[in-house]
Each structure stands twice: as C-alpha cells, then as structure tokens.
Design a protein around this ligand. Sequence first.
Ligand SMILES: [Zn+2]
Ligand SMILES: [Zn+2]
Length: 148
Amino acid sequence: MPVSTPFTGGCACGAVRYACSAEPMMSLNCHCRDCQRITGSAYSTVVGVPAAKVQFTQGSPQYYETVGERGTSVRHGFCPTCSSPLVALPSAYPAMMSLRTGSLDDPSWVRPAADIWTASAQPWDTMNPAIPKFETQPTEEEFQAILA
Ligand SMILES: [Zn+2]
Ligand SMILES: [Zn+2]
C-alpha cells in the first residue's frame, strides 16, 4: 500500500494520538457483528501493522475484550474521552495490531485486500466484487495468501 512511514492517527477529540513506524501488513473489511457494534456501521476496515511498531504519542487507549465465535479474544482500544474506536489486538495474532482505518489522519491510501465474516454482513451492505470473500475468519493459509 502506498504510504510513507511513520504514519499517524488519532481519535475524534484529539486526546489519543498514535504513530506507526512500519508499513502495513494488510488491510481487510470485517463484516462481523462485533465490528458492526463497535463502529455503529456495516463493517470495519482495519489495517494490520506490527504491534511493536505502534507508539501512542499522546494519551493512551482504554481496552475491553470480546470473545469471538471461534473462542479467541480480541482486545479493543478506544479513546476514554470520546470513545472513538482506535485499535484492536487479536489474541490469535499476538504480533499484530489492527488500526481502525477511520482513525488514520489520511485513510485514502488504504487498499482492503479481502472481505471477511461476509456471513454476518447485512443485506444492505455493499462490497467490492474484485476482492476475495471469506464467510468467516480466513484459515492460516488463506490469511498468509492475503498478506502476500
Ligand atoms: Zn478522543
Ligand atoms: Zn470484525
């Protein structure tokens, strides 16, 4: 994805700011019910980056945990002041942090590589027919193919 590092983002009120010093590993549109509830919308576009390369440069997110249908947990970071969703830490991929794309200062370079959890997508949701679809979570091999 065409982005120069570091790239930055933050919440709606400005209390929490972050900078990522590594290039993104991938971007996905997740249509799961948790993402629908968290974003208040049809789906969430996330950018996966190496967790160790994200620094909170101002404030820090508050976290809560959800447990998905597969039994793996995800820690969600949000601004304690304005409650904007910022990041997610999936326990299944401990080296990765997902950035909620809307929190980026410039989300225009993001190129989602796949739609996941399409089985939970709403009937009024629309998707790009040109990218791969996964009814639930991609398998490890499928995930690696997306990353490649
Ligand atoms: Zn905020
Ligand atoms: Zn999701």
